[in-house]
Design a protein around this ligand. Sequence first.
Ligand code: URA
Length: 239
Amino acid sequence: MPKNIKHNPVEQAESILKHHKNLFGNLLYTEKTTSSVVKESETNYSEEWASATTLNDLNDKICNCQKCELGSTRKNFVFGSGNPKADVMFIGEAPGAEEDIQGLPFVGRAGQLLTKIIESINFKREEVFICNILKCRPPNNRDPLPNEMQTCEPYLQKQIEIINPKLILCLGRISGQTLLKSNETLTTLRQKVHTYRGISLMVTYHPAALLRNPHWKRPTWEDLKKFRALYDEMKNANK
Ligand code: URA
């Protein structure tokens, strides 16, 4: 008989839950009797960092995070950078090799392209805020695991709460799906203006994808023009 089979029902339940947590993080899927599936996010806002009221304070409180395994493989925690009072946030997926070395988001090749993208719609890099879903680099730039995103997302939610931007641009499918709690394709997510906690949000291609496939630059440009127009509309409405 395999050694890890538990006979005690409590041990059995613990083992199943541990396995589930490894796979899915703190996300619980509960079958309702109506057969619809309810997702319950177990965000622990009782932790000390949740009381932060400024980005510097939040960074100080979370920068030594060891909640997932990326804490032991990262060189630097990549909090994000830019204007703490930004109207506009750009949110990518996770730091890459160069970001891990410098402790700053989007400073590698994709980052250089992101700077051009930002400037193409008449923003300056310093006036927006740039960050990622994950604050630590996944080894070999593999895709973030569900439990890593689940663990890290509350930090991003807190950043958004403190900055309180007017508009968010998600860079790539993973960023869009994570914030919108959606399984839709990037093509579908790009088609509309979403609302995230009362903030307008759009999704476009990730700059790294544009480096791999320049054919996506044209549709990205269309998205960016809409994004800028939406921003101008909001600004004018608030005059
Ligand atoms: N890709 C991302 O999603 N984020 C970075 O910071 C760098 C590359």
